[in-house]
Structures are given as structure tokens and as C-alpha cells.
Ligand binder design. Structure first.
Ligand code: PEP
Ligand code: MG
Length: 589
């Protein structure tokens, strides 16, 4: 029984974004304003104050170097370069001398004076015409904050430095935040903003950290140190869970574990429906760090390698050689299984570190994103294409372009690819001459001209995360309209159907690589529509394999023709759910 003085259990609902259950203490990740002390320093104490400053600079430099080494070891040297700029600020004698002079002249404490001097630098850089120099203001701001924390004697924390296993509660997290965390240090994420298809959430799923997002005001409702249980299956955050609740969740986790065992027992079998129709079941990955898990979870290859993650935390563009190494590593390790490398999809909600010149846009998802960005910066694009081509001799490499809106972009991208091939030929560098090149179909204009594109592509991959956002005009990261993001909207189903038809008429295959491809309730509908390949987060593979292997293809086709005739998204979802209950639920109960 719960004791009388047990604090009241409170249950908050958000969006179930990354499955799993975690329990622990809240770490409120807010960039709060620092309390800068303003005191007078007696002349006799001045030298000690300045010495304290020099010592703190040294301590902060050591901290940054340590962090840089850790990141370099975990994610590679490219990702760690961002800290070079921070170290340069900490070694900048002009800034240091100006702080010391101001302290001596004003007789105020060093923390106060450093804050003032740093602020002047930040303002000066922020007003520069040159975008690159303007971005330096961010480096000074970041590292000054760390130094100020040390001067005040207050610890500085970034998400990547949270230790001891905490539930991170934040307004939002960025893809680079999630890309940086180590498993075990963060138990779960709970955020005010975000939706199921925001990239930070996709990343949380791939590193198996439960997440509940779109809570709107969790940063006000929850406090540091609160004991919470996060249910990433149902999207619940339970504050002060009672022993009864914990017992119930203990049982849920036990059941999930035994179910997982049952599914894992089938992972090395091929993915065929019960009546023998083959489906390729592939994994979505964000970097070479994930390849160790592919076999364990039964991936038959990589259907989507989101290469932009190599760029997110890097201070400079990864060089051709660095990229080549990353692509080669994946291709070589999983060969002869295929890897589909997607060319850079920066923009939208994925922005690189401040070292890149990326202009702020009012509508980044409609802006200079993905292939548009690459076609503007041909040198950058060609570097990536050369790296992919060079890696293609080490395995079974395919490549595809994101955000193709029509045949013009496809032609231009292929033109640059041809140039890259010509350069490699001239240099005598080998590559796979028959590399298969596909387009992502994630913009309605591409879907509606799929018959034209199919003539020039070796395959399609439907990016439903974006296709749904652009088709239904629903910002994929806006929690306020997340309930309107409806994969079972008849427009979505018709569009996918159109793409599959156009591709099959041209004898090319179609993959589905958005988040819905890993939804157990919707998978039968997409297999029934004719999708040839499903590409999903690694951890979702065993369940989807189990479902496909234990369901009849002809039943799925029948389901699809029934659902395609319906008008209401909720009715269609209910039809899919009913099928799931009749044909699948008992298999995984
Ligand atoms: C998609 O849009 O569905 C997709 C797979 O790509 P991303 O989520 O990286 O935009
Ligand atoms: Mg996309």
C-alpha cells in the first residue's frame, strides 16, 4: 500500500515519440540567466583576483580540451572541431588583457568585468557584415558562459555533460543535442516542443532513449529532482509514481522484454509474408556508429543513411576523405547487403554548427534545404558525391537525392554526378560505374510527376515524414498541430499509391523510409499498397519483421483496397487498427 504521506501522483500527457519506459530524477535543462556578482575589490586583493581569473581560464581550457577529446573519440575528429574555436577564445590575449585592465581601472570584481568585455565582443561580432564573423559571436557566447560558471563557482552543464542518469526536461532539444549524448547518461527526454517526426526525436529513437514531446509546458510543471516515470509508449509523464504504478510498469517492461525475445528469435530469417512475398527490411542510420547493431536487430541492409549527421557537430565541412571513410566503413561492414546513402539534407530542423554560413530563414522547411542547398553549393555537393562514389567499390552502395521536386533538379544533380565520375576517371580512381541512383519522393510535386521521374531513376524512396508535412501543410515539428499530422489521410494514401504505381510500371522498386514505415498498425496497409522495401529505426526491425512474416500478403492487399475506398482519415485508421487486432495483436500479445 502507498503510505499516507506519499506525494500525490500526477499524470501528464504528451506525444509518445520514442518507445520505452524510464524512471528517474528530472534534470531541468534550461539556459537560465546567470547571476553576475557586482562587487568592489580592495586594492590589496586585486592581484589575487587577477590570479583567480588566470587559473579559471586554465581550468576552463582543460575542461574544453577534455570535452573535445571525448567527442573526438566517440564521434570522430570532425565533430570535435567546434571546440577549437572555443579554445581560441579562451586564449585570446586581447580579450584577457582588456578584462584585466578594466578590473584594475574600475576596482570591480573580475567576473563582472569579464562579462562586460565579453558582451562587447559578442555585440561587435554580431553586427559584422560578414556572416562567418557574425557567427563567431555564438562561439564567444558559449565559451564565455562556461568561463562565467567557473568564475562564479557554479557548474556548467550541456545535455551531453549530464551524468548520473537523468530525465532531461527541456523546452526543446536539437538534433545535435541528441547526437551528442551518451546512452545511460540520459534516461529519457521530455520536451515542451517537438513531434514524432522531428529529427531530435528520430535520433532519440535510434539511440533507444524514451521520449515524450509536445508537452507544451512541462518546463513549468516539473522541477529539478522530481521523481518521474516516462512512458514513451503512451506519451505519459507520471510524477511521483506510486508503488502500484511502478509495479504495473514493471510488468509492462517484463512483457515487452519477453515479446522482444520472441521477435529476436526470428531476426535472421528473411522477411517474407506468410504466402511468400518478399519485402526488403532495412535500417535507417545516422552514422557509422550504428552499424554494430544492424545484425543484432535483423537489418537486411541500410535503406537510409542520413549523411547530414556527419556535418551537424563539425566545425568545418568533413573533407572528401573523412566522408569517404564513413561511407566506406558502412558499405564494407554490411556488404553484400546494400546501403543507400542519401546526399546531404541540411536545413529544415537540421542545422550545422555555427561555423557554417547558413542564413536564417522564415520558413526553413520550405527554404534552402537538402538538394536545393547542394545545387547552390556545387563544390560541397561534388565533394560528397566523389566520397560516395569512391566508397562504392567497397560494397553494395546505392545513393539518392533528398527533396527532389521535379525532373529539372534530378537532371542537374545527375549532371554533377557525371562530372564527379569524370573527375574520378581522369584521376584513375575506381568507383562502381553502375551505381544505382534514386530520388526521394517527399514533395507532392515529385509524387505527382513520379511517372516522369521513374524513367530517370533506379529506385524511389518515399520520405513520408516530409511528404505528409508538405501534402497536408503540417509543420512536422510543431507540437500545436501534431494532432493534424494524419498518415491515414486519403490524400496521403492516394499519393503513395500513385508513386508505387508509377514506379512499378517502369519496373523500379519503391522503399518507404519515413517513421510510418515502422508503425505496426500501418505496415500491412503499406505492404498491401505495394511498397517493396521498408526502412526504419533499427530497434523497430524485429517487430516489423515478425508482423510481415506472420501475415498473408493477399489479406494485406484486400485491406488496402478497402481502405483506399474510404473517405475519413479516422475511419481508415480504425480499419487498419481492426486488421491489426484481428491478424496481428494475438501474435505479439
Ligand atoms: C522523410 O522525410 O520521411 C525522411 C525519411 O527523411 P527525413 O526524416 O530525414 O527528412
Ligand atoms: Mg525527408
Amino acid at each position: 500500500m502507498d503510505s499516507e504521506d506519499q506525494p500525490e501522483e500526477l499524470v501528464y500527457k504528451g506525444i509518445a515519440a520514442s518507445p520505452g519506459v524510464a524512471q528517474g530524477k528530472v534534470y531541468l535543462f534550461l539556459l537560465r540567466e546567470l547571476d553576475i556578482p557586482d562587487t568592489e575589490i580592495r586594492p590589496g586583493d586585486m592581484e589575487a583576483e587577477i590570479e583567480r581569473f588566470e587559473e579559471t581560464l586554465l581550468q576552463t581550457r582543460q575542461e574544453v580540451s577534455k570535452l573535445q577529446n571525448e567527442v573526438a573519440q566517440r564521434l570522430g575528429p570532425g565533430e570535435a572541431q567546434v571546440f577549437d574555436a572555443h579554445l581560441l577564445v579562451l586564449e585570446d590575449r586581447a580579450l584577457i588583457e582588456e578584462t584585466i585592465r578594466e578590473t584594475r581601472e574600475s576596482g570591480r570584481n573580475i567576473t563582472f568585468c569579464f562579462n562586460r568585455v565579453a558582451q562587447r565582443y559578442i555585440d561587435a561580432f554580431a553586427q559584422m557584415d560578414d556572416e562567418y564573423l557574425r557567427e563567431r559571436a555564438n562561439d564567444i557566447r558559449d565559451v564565455s558562459r562556461r568561463l562565467l560558471h567557473n568564475l562564479i563557482g557554479d557548474h556548467y552543464y550541456g545535455i551531453s555533460q549530464v551524468t548520473g542518469g537523468r530525465v532531461i526536461v527541456a523546452r526543446d532539444v536539437s538534433p545535435s543535442d541528441t547526437a551528442n549524448i551518451e546512452k545511460g547518461k540520459v534516461l529519457a527526454f521530455v520536451t515542451d516542443a517537438g513531434s514524432k517526426t522531428s529529427h531530435a526525436v528520430i535520433m532519440a529513437r535510434s539511440i533507444q532513449v524514451p521520449a515524450v514531446v509536445g508537452m507544451r509546458n512541462c518546463t513549468r510543471m516539473l522541477r529539478n529532482g522530481d521523481n518521474v516515470l516516462v512512458d514513451g509508449y503512451e506519451g505519459l509523464v507520471i510524477v511521483n509514481p506510486t508503488s502500484r504504478t511502478l509495479f504495473r510498469y514493471g510488468k509492462v517492461q517484463e512483457e515487452k522484454r519477453s515479446l522482444e525475445q520472441k521477435m529476436l528469435a526470428q531476426i535472421d530469417r528473411r522477411t517474407k509474408t506468410r504466402d511468400g512475398v518478399r519485402i526488403d527490411l532495412m535500417a535507417n542510420i545516422e552514422g557509422p556508429g550504428e552499424i554494430d547493431r544492424l545484425e543484432r536487430f535483423g537489418a537486411e541492409g541500410v535503406g537510409l543513411f542520413r549523411t547530414e549527421y556527419l556535418f551537424l557537430n563539425a566545425a568545418e565541412f568533413p573533407s572528401e576523405d573523412e566522408q569517404y571513410e564513413a561511407y566506406r566503413k558502412v558499405a564494407e561492414t554490411i556488404a553484400p547487403a546494400p546501403v543507400t546513402v542519401r546526399t546531404l539534407d541540411l536545413g529544415g530542423d537540421k542545422f550545422p554548427s555555427s561555423a557554417f554560413r547558413v542564413e536564417t530563414e522564415a520558413n526553413p522547411f520550405l527554404g534552402l534545404r537538402a538538394i536545393r542547398f547542394c545545387l547552390e553549393d556545387v563544390a560541397l555537393f561534388k565533394t560528397q558525391l566523389r566520397a560516395i562514389l569512391r566508397a562504392s567499390v567497397h560494397g553494395n552502395v546505392k545513393m539518392m537525392y533528398p527533396m527532389i521536386s521535379g525532373v529539372g533538379e534530378l537532371d542537374r544533380a545527375n549532371g554533377i554526378l557525371k562530372e564527379a565520375m569524370g573527375e574520378l576517371d581522369a584521376d584513375g580512381i575506381p568507383y562502381d560505374r553502375s551505381i544505382r541512383v534514386g530520388a526521394m519522393i517527399e514533395i507532392p510535386s515529385a509524387a505527382l510527376t513520379a511517372d516522369i521521374l521513374a524513367k530517370k531513376c533506379d529506385f524511389f524512396s518515399i520520405g513520408s515524414n516530409d511528404l505528409i508535412q508538405y501534402l497536408l501543410a503540417i509543420d512536422r515539428v510543431n507540437e500545436r498541430i501534431a494532432h493534424l499530422y494524419e498518415p491515414t489521410h486519403p490524400a496521403v494514401l492516394r499519393m503513395i499509391h500513385t508513386v508505387v504505381d508509377a514506379a512499378h510500371r517502369q519496373n523500379i522498386k519503391v522503399a518507404l523510409c519515413g517513421e510510418i514505415a515502422g508503425d505496426p498498425v500501418l505496415v500491412p496497409l503499406f505492404v498491401g499498397i505495394g511498397i517493396d522495401e521498408l526502412s526504419i529505426a533499427v530497434t523497430g526491425l524485429p517487430a516489423i519483421k515478425y508482423i510481415v512474416r506472420n501475415t498473408e500478403h493477399r489479406e494485406m492487399v484486400k485491406l488496402t483496397s478497402e481502405l483506399l475506398a474510404m473517405e475519413d482519415p479516422r475511419e481508415i485508421f480504425a480499419g487498419a487498427e481492426d486488421f491489426y487486432k484481428r491478424h496481428i495483436a494475438h501474435l505479439i500479445a
